[in-house]
Design a binder for this molecule. Structure first.
Ligand SMILES: Nc1nc2c(ncn2[C@@H]2O[C@H](COP(=O)(O)OP(=O)(O)OP(=O)(O)O)[C@@H](O)[C@H]2O)c(=O)[nH]1
Ligand SMILES: [Mg+2]
Length: 272
């Protein structure tokens, strides 16, 4: 079964860092992994990509082209449209075997996931090549230290999930940077129902309508159990392992293992 993690989220939320954490973790497990840098404006990252989209097109190429007059954001959208029409270029460089595991490091411009059809087209192409896709939405933990902000973050992530039509896990990044107190607050929030969280928030009389809306949204999130957010401390190996297990379960990694499981001479690295 081919698996694919699509790493999305706002600018600076920690997408490329997450990819390098996974790159190192997979190496230590001796699990094969291919990373695609899909960000045509990327400058540096700390992993070795199997496919680097900048070899096909970069935002700088577009900005330097005298026939195309665009600013940096338009330039990025232009690049992404070009990529969505040239997906075979990516496929040619992937092993694309039955047990391929691919992580795709995406750009951070939120419009790519909110209303433009481009990312959906890219996901649809991967699905048509039989990849099981799980979207990972990165959220900087610093921005969700209050319940309303956590709910707002969940809604942004949810809107991407709805528009991309894939399973999803939302990841709170940069947990290592929080104070012990803030860390505890975030962990407690993740253990509570959304409705519990917003109880008593903003109950000043002039905020009544706003509080009612927040409560209604919280109830919807609870009712549909769609609010799955995991805190990641990437300095803690156990935290990385737990998250990967959750992603693998979501993506259904290894569910077809018994089909082509264990040719006798093959040794599972974990059992060595
Ligand atoms: N301490 C700490 N720093 C982090 C973590 N994740 C990201 N950072 C830092 O946050 C900054 C942005 O991280 P990136 O991984 O480049 O974020 P990105 O989402 O790829 O950013 P764009 O590609 O520009 O959208 C960098 O300085 C990272 O070193 C984390 O878990 N812990
Ligand atoms: Mg990045």
């Amino acid at each position: 079964m081919k698996c694919l993690q699509l790493i999305i989220g706002p600018a600076g939320s920690g997408k490329s860092t997450f990819c390098s954490v996974m790159f190192n973790h997979f190496q230590s497990l001796r699990r094969p992994l291919e990373i695609v840098n899909l960000d045509p404006a990327a400058e540096t990252f700390n992993y070795t990509p199997s496919v680097d989209i900048r070899d096909l097109i970069s935002v700088d190429d577009v900005l330097e082209d005298e026939d195309i007059i665009m600013g940096p954001n338009g330039g990025l959208v232009f690049c992404m449209e070009y990529i969505s029409q040239n997906m075979e270029w990516i496929r040619d460089q992937l092993t694309d075997g039955d047990d391929a595991y691919v992580i795709v490091d995406c750009p951070g411009q939120i419009e790519l996931y909110s209303h433009l059809p481009i990312m959906k087209e890219i996901v649809t192409t991967f699905k048509s090549w039989d990849y099981n896709v799980c979207t990972l939405f990165m959220i900087d933990a610093h921005f969700v230290l209050e319940p309303e902000k956590l709910i707002a973050g969940a809604l942004t992530a949810l809107s991407s999930m709805v528009s991309l039509e894939t399973s999803a896990v939302n990841v709170l990044t940069k947990m290592d940077q929080l104070s012990r107190e803030n860390r505890k607050e975030v962990e407690d929030m993740l253990e509570s129902d959304c409705s519990q969280l917003v109880d008593g928030v903003n109950d000043e009389p002039w905020n009544e309508k706003h509080a009612a809306l927040t409560r209604a949204i919280a109830t919807v999130l609870d009712d549909y159990s769609m609010f799955r957010m995991v805190a990641l401390d990437n300095t803690d190996e156990e935290s990385i392992e737990d998250l990967l297990l959750m992603i693998d379960t979501t993506i259904q990694y290894g569910e077809d293992a018994e089909v082509h499981d264990r040719i006798p001479e093959e040794v599972d690295p974990e059992e060595e």
